[in-house]
Write a protein that binds this ligand. Sequence first.
Ligand code: HDE
Length: 707
Amino acid sequence: MNKRRVDENSKNEQLEQFNEDKERELLTTNQGLRVDDTDISLKAGERGPTLLEDFHFREKLTHFDHERIPERVVHARGSGAHGYFQVYEPLTEYTFAKFLQDPEKKTPVFVRFSTVVGFRGSADTVRDVRGFATKFYTEEGNYDIVGNNIPVFFIQDAMKFPDLVHAIKPEQDNQIPQASAAHDTFWDFVAQHPENAHMIMWLLSDRGIPRSYRMMQGFGVNTFRFVNAEGKGRFIKFHWRPILGIHSLVWDEAQKLAGKDSDFNRRDLWEAIETGNYPEFEMGVQLIEEEDELNFDFDILDPTKIWPEEEVPVKWIGKMTLNRNPDNFFAETEQVAFCPANIVPGIDFSNDPLLQGRLFSYLDTQLIRLGGPNFQEIPINRPLAPVSNNQREGYNRMTINKGKGSYFPNTVAKGLPRPASSEEGGYVHYMEKVEGRKIRARSEKFKDFYSQAKLFWNSMSEPEKMHIVKAFHFEIGKVKDRSIRQGIVDMFNNVDGDLAIEIAKGVGADAPKTKGGSPVTKKSRNVSQELSEHTRKDTVMTRKIAILAATGYNHSEVESVKKALIDAGAQTEIISKFRGMLKSSQGKEMEVDKNYEAAESVMYDAIYIPGGQESISSLKMHGDAVHFINEAFRHCKPIGATGDGVDLLASSDVTGVEFAGDGTDVVSDKGIVTVRDPMDGGFNESFIAAIAQHRHWDRESKMQVPA
Ligand code: HDE
């Protein structure tokens, strides 16, 4: 049988066949006819009406009139990237999926990251769940893991999905608000669905506002199965973890970015790939033996529950690298169609009721979104494995199936295509024994709504807890109906009494009459180490550092710090009042990358202020520069200053430094790194270490900077 060998480049080669990349020719119609004018329509006289006869005019407008397709009903806004996946070692013991056997094999992938609620043109940095969908083009067919950056989901049964989405999307009378959960209908829904509690804790945590798609986790959420060649099945959950660590924005920054650069996450992904900083994610699985299915105090089929890693450790099995941006957003990112039912031998489903509904929904929605049953023929959706069946016709059919027969069994085509045996790669569903009455019910353990929400809360650091409380204040603060606000306070009293009291304080609701709280069901799991944003804190790779300078800056200081940052993998941009060349006190020049109108502190991870008396004197007088520093400080970002640059901090609202002016400043804020005499060694190392910390949260409890 004609099986195709798949390697890293196979998908790119397949896509190239469809590329329109030849040398540009003279302008033609879609029929290939050259046209002599594309600006002025054919008219009856200079001032007369346009003629129907003008086929070029009609074709040009008709095509334009039909350019839009429906956006995804959820996850409408997204960004895609190509890459490959490689397994670390053969997973033969657990699964016979071919793409998980050979560490030498690079399986092509296409990934689409997304927000859930906003429309296609909405801002990237809103508080939301992020989609993390991966299509593996394996030799056995396309395999999709359609995941999110949060490991649990709002609801337990797919039947509730339309209600959930209607509640969280803009309200039906006025379509307000865009891309936000902060309104009455959503919180009305939540207050009536205690099963939401766990997911809400994640959504209102820092996980809801990731710094970058490259710095967030991914989770398959639902429970799946690995099946090995002997037919032994095990329950699994999928994980992705970013090599750069997990990092988030702060809420004020996220909101400002939504206006200042609404493409923030999209741009970040695109630029990282363009500059060769390929995003990397490790893939992991948690495995549960079939015989242990019922041995946990949560139901392992319940998608509102995690499998705490202390009980079920993650086995890290491979790595994905994203190394190519799409050539055409619409053709690839918009038209890609993921589906949890796209499966390969060796992997199977579970009875997770959310997953069961998802198996139906994706194909169904794509039939309308992509205009009929042939969307698998769109280049980005085509498998690398050959397709051979008797499905025919329908809108937009591209394939020209030759011969007479399109039925099975047949004799006119030697009986082909015929089903494959399992030895030939035919997919055999896992033979799970299922017995039961037809009932609308859920198992008893599904009804424990709070213990894992409590586990999550317990596992947060103090800054993370504070962020969650503030997120409640924002979200519930926007709810008009007092009874809904009260409903939320009462609901979260079931998670943690102190949390409920804190929520109530900010939103004009009564504190709970009796302080409540859920027990976490197992002592060993009072706290789970993996739930806090335990970021990698040893790398500044791809971090963006703004260097604030004006005429008369100290060139050698900039050169030294810039080199150290770039050598460590970070990126720098020079910000000044105007673009063009900037002259230093030493006569040397450097080019300005952005002016203050085009650059905002929220677009950077840290700031560096070089010395140079003239430069600092003019920056002190420049409100935009001082605001830049205040705002970065408020967002807990690292700030470095050398030489006279330290004096600029003294003119700002930065706290945590006692300025001495004689080189003996006392700095108590670990995120502020200063040196009066740049010849003193150690500045670069300390500054880089401060940037690697990402944010310096101690500041939050101490100060309020007016920025
Ligand atoms: Fe989806 N989801 N979903 N979802 N989902 C869609 O399919 C659905 C759920 C996820 O970048 C839709 O083609 C139901 C969980 C991602 O193209 C739709 C239920 C998880 C994407 C759909 C869920 C996801 C979608 C809309 C509850 C994480 C974007 C457009 C049972 C594991 C994929 C489309 C992309 C998209 C249905 C819940 C992830 C309507 C019915 C849980 C990442 O079919």
